[in-house]
Design a protein around this ligand. Structure first.
Ligand SMILES: *Cc1c(COP(=O)(O)O)cnc(C)c1O
Length: 373
């Protein structure tokens, strides 16, 4: 028995991170200063994007992207039911209508065929989610968007550092959104970012982040056409982000190493379906999700939690929530997403997990599966 609880995700903060944060605290700017732009420039350059705007969370980044994409009352936006609820909140908060499309069974990402079936005259955008760090079928989605005059906002909160056909995520869609929550690849405590190559979106994002304030000629003058939000991020957070970014390649390598250990260990028990990684991508492995072929999932989760293993489920299908059932969705609407959900268990995966931790999880999973089969 492990006496230490192993969560499904955890940040890794070292002394350097602490030193740079303390240094920023003693500087003239603790918010809206030089660290924000420096962090944005570094992420943009890492991902191969022209522009980046850092905000207070992944959720506010998604909302901002929807707003500057021009999504408004009655516009339809197509996305996946297997995502965090924040993906959909962004659509609804600007008056848009979320239109869900079922997933592919292999990658758990939105199925381009299903997207095509959902396009109407009111469709304005598509929000694919790079689930677990595995990029969605971005070429197909881009093609569908282009042929129908739609905007692609990629929810890449799981996929910082992932690659699609040799290209870094962040440089492919019209806008790409990242989160810097502590369970994600790098953290700023709370934080998020929108990347784009489009100068118009970029300028609008900068204004939207700061109450929609348009500055005047004199320093005290400003104008607000539409009510906005305070979605700013602090310099303290961005200093942490800059320091964390230096370790991103190592974090991803370690995540991939742990995923390989899991893959090797679970190749045998036929009961376990391991995650798919298509040849065309490099997953950033935010999550490692196994699926059970026939066993009942819930008791196995409870047993693993009793063994101090913080397994999780990503995600309860969005259309199970009352906020989407109010839009007319019902259980049964997305059979593939629902089948996936009934089988899915996210195992602990984060860079500071030791090999011993990984092996402890492997042994526990194998032993409970063996006992039940
Ligand atoms: C984490 C996450 C978000 C929200 O990010 P926050 O920074 O927590 O607001 C949105 N979408 C997905 C897929 C996420 O994993």
């Amino acid at each position: 028995m492990n006496d230490k609880y192993i969560p499904y995700g955890h940040q890794q903060i070292d002394e350097t991170d602490i030193v740079v944060v303390a240094y920023t605290l003693k500087s003239d700017f603790i918010t809206t200063g030089p660290k924000v732009k420096e962090f944005e420039d570094k992420i943009a350059s890492y991902c191969g994007a022209k522009y980046a705007v850092a905000v207070s969370s992944g959720t506010s980044a998604l909302h901002s992207a929807c707003v500057v994409a021009g999504i408004s009352q009655g516009d339809e936006v197509i996305t996946t039911p297997i995502t965090f609820i924040a993906t959909i909140a962004g659509i609804v908060h600007c008056g848009g209508i979320p239109v869900l499309a079922d997933i592919r069974e292999d990658t758990i990402n939105i199925d381009p065929h299903e997207i095509e079936n959902k396009i109407t005259g009111k469709t304005k955008a598509i929000i694919p989610v790079d689930f677990s760090g595995h990029p969605a079928n971005l070429d197909r989605i881009k093609h569908i968007a282009k042929s129908n005059g739609l905007i692609v906002i990629e929810d890449a909160c799981h996929a910082l550092g992932a690659e699609y056909k040799g290209q870094r995520i962040g440089s492919i869609s019209d806008m790409t959104v990242f989160s810097f929550h502590p369970v994600k690849h790098i953290t700023t405590g709370e934080g998020g970012m929108v990347l784009t190559d489009n100068e118009d979106y970029y300028k609008k994002l900068l204004v939207f982040r700061n109450h929609n304030i348009i500055k005047g000629i004199n320093h005290w003058e400003y104008k607000v056409n539409d009510f906005g939000f305070n979605y700013r991020i602090t310099d303290i957070q961005c200093a942490l982000g800059i320091s964390q970014l230096k370790k991103l390649d190592y974090f991803i390598e370690r995540r991939r190493e742990i995923a390989r250990m899991y893959n090797d260990a679970f190749a045998r028990p036929n009961e376990i379906i391991t995650p798919v990684e298509l040849n065309s991508v490099k997953s950033a492995y935010h999550l490692y999700v196994i699926q059970l072929r026939s066993l009942h999932r819930d008791p196995i989760i409870r047993w693993l939690v009793e063994k101090n293993i913080g397994v999780q489920v990503h995600y309860i299908p969005a259309h199970y929530h009352p906020c989407l059932q109010k839009c007319g969705y019902r259980q049964g609407d997305f059979p593939k997403a629902e089948a996936y959900y009934s089988r899915a268990i996210s195992l602990p995966l984060f860079p500071s997990m030791s090999d011993d931790d990984v092996n402890y999880v492997i042994d526990a999973v194998k032993s409970i599966i063996a006992r039940c089969t």
